[in-house]
Design a protein around this ligand. Structure first.
Ligand code: PMP
Length: 313
């Protein structure tokens, strides 16, 4: 069943879930013409506070996606930020939240100039606790579907259209009995998962594909690179990864705002290390959740509090 909530933010207003509708003739419906972000707010139960994680960086990427699409966004960053806060407060969430600001082209009849086609925006927010996969780990495979290449449909743009490619790979992997696939790029190097970035560990070094490997410039990837270096003193190398390296890695995992940190315990039926969740994967998971919930107050620059003292929650 699809996730739901009581309210949605749509074009400047908070409306009941059932009223958040767009027309079937919208470019967004007919051709998947939208850009969006997948964001999180983390619940600190001691403080009874929710913190939006890396708000500025997500809004910046939303604007970069829109820029490449030549799409004008009808709201400022301040308006979007207020929309996120208002919507979360209105839904009265008291656990971890996943939310999606979406900017889309409305009915356009193939018009292409930004001022000729209406751009709408909405924000969906759901309560979303951590998944079981985060603990136990998952079985992955190398997909025979290649990741979108930069010269056809850049993976750097977070646009719905790119997720047709993700869906093909994901459904194919599921059909074959795996969980989430690893996609190679057109050059045959490792790119990313359908909705997350990829990292692996070899000999105590964390290795992840570079931002020009046909991946989304992931905010979680950036977060984990900083945390490995600054909190754990672990070396992180951004370089191309061969397929065969996957099979001899000691550890591997996916990361993303929605996915968080999902350990991979096997790839194409090759066990990762001893086939259990690896130590550098576990450690980064723990640090990530501690920081996202502001447990040690060290990375408050990445966190935006949602609730005020007098809010009911
Ligand atoms: N790659 C793809 C294709 C994604 O959809 C996501 C999820 N947004 C990611 C990577 C991870 O990006 P982020 O860490 O910014 O959520």
């Amino acid at each position: 069943m699809a996730s739901t909530a009581d309210f949605v933010w749509m074009d400047g207003e908070i409306v009941p879930w059932a009223n958040a509708q767009i027309h079937v003739s919208a470019e967004a419906v007919l051709r998947g013409a939208n850009v969006f972000e997948g964001m999180r707010a983390y619940w600190n139960s001691d403080e009874r506070q929710l913190y939006i994680f890396r708000n500025e960086e997500h809004l910046r990427r939303l604007r970069q996606s829109a820029k490449i699409m030549r799409m004008s966004i009808p709201y400022t960053d301040e308006q979007f930020t207020q929309a996120f806060i208002d919507l979360i407060r209105k839904n009265r969430f008291t656990d971890n939240v996943h939310f999606r600001p979406v900017v889309y082209f409305d009915a356009g009849d193939y018009k292409w100039k930004p001022d000729e086609i209406r751009t709408g925006a909405f924000v969906l927010a759901f309560s979303r606790p951590p998944s079981a996969a985060g603990k136990a780990g998952i079985q992955s495979c190398v997909s025979s579907w290649r990741r979108n290449s930069d010269n056809s449909s850049p993976s750097r743009i977070k646009a719905a259209g790119n997720y047709h490619n993700s869906r093909l790979a994901y459904v194919d992997a599921k059909t074959k009995g795996f969980d989430t696939p690893i996609m190679l790029n057109d050059r045959g190097d490792v790119a990313e998962g359908p909705a997350s970035c990829f990292m692996m560990v070899r000999d105590g070094v964390v290795i992840t594909p570079p931002v020009n490997a046909d991946i989304l410039e992931s905010i979680t990837r950036d977060t984990l690179i900083q945390l490995y270096r600054d909190e754990l003193g672990v070396q992180v190398v951004e370089r191309d990864i061969d397929r065969s390296e996957l099979y001899i890695a000691d550890e591997a995992f996916f990361c993303g705002s929605g996915a968080e940190v999902v350990p991979i315990v096997g790839i194409d039926h090759y066990p990762m290390g001893d086939g259990k969740v690896g130590p550098l994967t576990k450690q980064i998971q723990e640090i990530y959740f501690r920081i996202a919930t502001d447990k040690d107050g060290k990375y408050s620059k990445w966190l935006l509090p949602v609730y005020r003292d007098n809010d009911v929650r």
